[in-house]
Design a protein around this ligand. Structure first.
Ligand SMILES: Cc1cc2nc3c(=O)[nH]c(=O)nc-3n(C[C@H](O)[C@H](O)[C@H](O)COP(=O)(O)OP(=O)(O)OC[C@H]3O[C@@H](n4cnc5c(N)ncnc54)[C@H](O)[C@@H]3O)c2cc1C
Length: 446
C-alpha cells in the first residue's frame, strides 16, 4: 500500500532549498503542496500581491509535486483537504495570526517547524524572562544564540509527488503599472539566489543613496524565497564587514520579536502618550478598495492634509530627496532605507500627517511590504514605537541629501527637473514646520 501523502502548506516560504516543512514531508513519503489566498488577516498590498503571484508561479514550475491553490479561510480548507486526501499536514511557522494556526494544528495534528526568522521570538528573552524592547540588548542576546548554534541550512530535498490533481486559480488580469515593477524585480527563488550571489558583503554600504551598496534581498526574504539561515551562513564567514550587514538582518528579527508581542502595531501607537499627538488622519472607508490610488479630496472635502498626502505619495512635495524616494518607490516597488527614513520623517513631522497614512501607502506600494518591518519602522520614524528615533530627531532633507547623495546621482535619476523652473517650492517651510512639530511634541510630553 502506498504511504499516505503529506500536505505542505506554503505561506511565506516560497522555496525548495532550506525549507524545513518540505524536507520533513519529503522524508515521510509523497508530497502535495498547498497555497491558500487567505481571506482572513490583512489583505496584501498591490505590489506585494503582484510579487506573490509571480513567486507562486515560479514555485509551481520548480516543485516536482502537485500544488493545490485555493482561496478562502484556512480553518476550513486545511482540515477538509487533509480529510479528503487522508494526509498529514505540515508547515513552517509564521509569527502572527497565531490563533488561526493553533486551531488548525488542533484540528489536523499538524507538525510545525521554525519559520522565516533567525531566532524564534519567544527564545530571545531578558534575564528576567521577558521580551526585549530595545534593539541593542536584543541584538547581543540573539547574536549569542546564533554563535552558540549557527544556522545550518538544509539541502534541497528529493520530493516524491503525491498522486493528486494539481489545482490553480484563474489568472488575475494584471494592471498596467506592473510593467515597471517587472523591469526592476525578479520574483522567485532563483531571483533571490542570484541576488545573494551578486551581493558583495565586503562593500556593504546602506548609506550612500546613489550606490548599489545593499543586498536588495528584502522582498526575497519577505516571501521566503531565500531563508535568513542561508543568507547568514553564506555571508557570516565572508569577512569582518559582514557584521554591519548581519546586524541589519537582526533588525528584521527584532521587528518580528516586537510584532509578535504587540500584534496591533500597524494601527496603534506603541507609546501611549502619542495617542494625544495631533496628527492629521483620515481613515479610508475600505482600506483595500483603492489600491495604488493617490489620496483624494473626496475622502474629506477641503482637507489640506490630503492634498499634501497626495503630493507626498506622488513625489511632488518640492523637496528633492523626498520626491526622489517616493518616485523610486512608485516605479520600482523598492526604496533605499535612508530615503524611507527621510520620506517618513517629512510626512510625520514636517507635514504633521499620521504615520498610519505612510504605513498604508508603503504597505500598498512596496514589494517587500512586511507586516512587522513596515509597522515597526514607521513607528520608529514617527517616534511612537519601541526604541524609536527620539521625536525631536527631525531629519533635515537638505542636509541628508548633501551627506548621503553627495554626487547628486540619486536625486538626478528620479527628479531630473529639480534645477528647472518647473520644479515647485517646498509645500511647507522646513524650519517652521520642524518647530511646529517640536512644539506639538512638547505638549504631549507635558
Ligand atoms: C518607514 C520604513 C518602512 C520600512 N518597511 C519595510 C518593509 O515593509 N519590509 C522590509 O523588509 N523592510 C522595511 N524597512 C526596512 C528597510 O528599509 C529595508 O529592509 C531595506 O531597505 C531593504 O533593502 P535591502 O534588502 O537592500 O537591505 P540590506 O541593507 O541589504 O539589509 C539586509 C536585510 O536586512 C533586513 N533589514 C534591513 N534594514 C532593516 C530594518 N530597518 N528593519 C527591518 N529589517 C531590516 C531586510 O530584510 C534586508 O533585506 C522599512 C524601513 C523604513 C524606515
Amino acid at each position: 500500500m502506498p504511504s499516505p501523502p503529506t500536505i505542505v502548506w506554503f505561506r511565506d516560504d516560497l522555496r525548495l532549498a532550506d525549507n524545513r516543512a518540505l524536507h520533513w514531508a519529503a522524508e515521510r513519503g509523497p508530497v502535495v503542496g498547498l497555497f491558500i489566498h487567505e481571506t482572513v488577516g490583512r489583505p496584501l498590498g498591490s505590489a506585494a500581491a503582484w510579487w506573490q503571484r509571480k513567486s507562486l508561479n515560479e514555485l509551481r514550475k520548480r516543485l516536482s509535486a502537485p500544488l493545490i491553490e485555493r482561496r478562502g479561510d484556512p480553518r476550513d480548507i486545511v482540515p477538509q483537504l487533509a480529510r479528503e486526501l487522508g494526509a498529514a499536514v505540515t508547515w513552517n511557522r509564521r509569527y502572527h495570526l497565531s490563533d488561526i494556526d493553533a486551531g488548525i494544528t488542533h484540528a489536523t495534528g499538524a507538525t510545525t517547524h521554525p519559520g522565516y526568522l533567525l531566532t524564534e521570538p519567544w527564545h530571545v528573552r531578558t534575564q528576567g524572562g521577558s521580551p526585549y524592547k530595545v534593539f541593542s540588548p536584543f541584538y547581543r542576546a540573539a547574536l549569542a544564540l546564533l554563535l552558540d548554534a549557527p544556522p545550518s541550512p538544509l539541502p534541497m530535498p528529493e520530493v516524491t509527488p503525491a498522486d493528486v490533481e494539481p489545482e490553480a486559480l484563474p489568472a488575475v488580469a494584471e494592471p498596467e503599472w506592473v510593467g515597471t515593477l517587472g523591469r526592476h524585480n525578479q520574483p522567485g527563488e532563483l531571483g533571490g539566489v542570484e541576488k545573494l550571489h551578486a551581493f558583495d558583503v565586503t562593500h556593504y554600504d546602506n548609506n550612500d543613496l546613489g550606490a548599489a551598496g545593499t543586498s536588495g534581498l528584502s522582498p526575497h526574504l519577505r516571501f521566503g524565497e531565500i531563508s535568513p539561515a542561508t543568507v547568514w551562513s553564506e555571508v557570516s564567514g565572508a569577512a569582518e564587514e559582514a557584521g554591519a550587514f548581519l546586524r541589519q538582518l537582526l533588525w528584521r528579527d527584532f521587528a518580528w520579536h516586537r510584532f509578535f508581542h504587540v500584534p496591533n502595531m500597524a494601527t496603534v501607537n506603541v507609546r501611549g502618550t502619542f495617542e494625544r499627538f495631533p496628527w492629521e488622519w483620515t481613515p479610508r472607508a475600505e482600506p483595500s478598495s483603492t489600491p495604488r490610488a493617490f489620496a483624494h479630496a473626496e475622502m474629506d472635502p477641503g482637507a489640506q492634509h490630503l492634498e499634501e498626502l497626495a503630493a507626498w505619495q506622488s513625489g511632488r512635495t518640492g523637496v528633492p530627496l523626498v520626491d526622489a524616494g517616493m518616485r523610486e518607490l512608485w516605479a520600482t516597488g523598492r526604496m533605499h532605507n535612508r530615503a524611507r527614513m527621510v520620506t517618513g520623517s517629512w510626512l510625520t513631522k514636517n507635514l504633521g500627517i499620521h504615520w498610519r497614512h505612510g504605513e498604508e501607502w508603503f504597505w500598498d506600494t512596496l514589494v517587500d511590504a512586511d507586516a512587522a518591518s513596515n509597522a515597526f519602522n514607521w513607528q520608529w520614524v514617527a517616534g511612537s514605537g519601541d526604541d524609536a528615533a527620539p521625536y525631536f530627531r527631525v531629519f533635515n532633507p537638505l542636509t541628508q541629501q548633501k551627506k548621503y547623495d553627495a554626487d547628486g546621482s540619486y536625486v538626478a535619476r528620479w527628479v531630473p527637473e529639480t534645477a528647472t523652473p518647473f520644479y515647485p517650492e517646498p509645500m511647507v517651510n522646513i524650519t517652521e514646520s520642524r518647530n511646529t512639530a517640536l512644539a506639538a511634541y512638547g505638549d504631549i510630553k507635558d
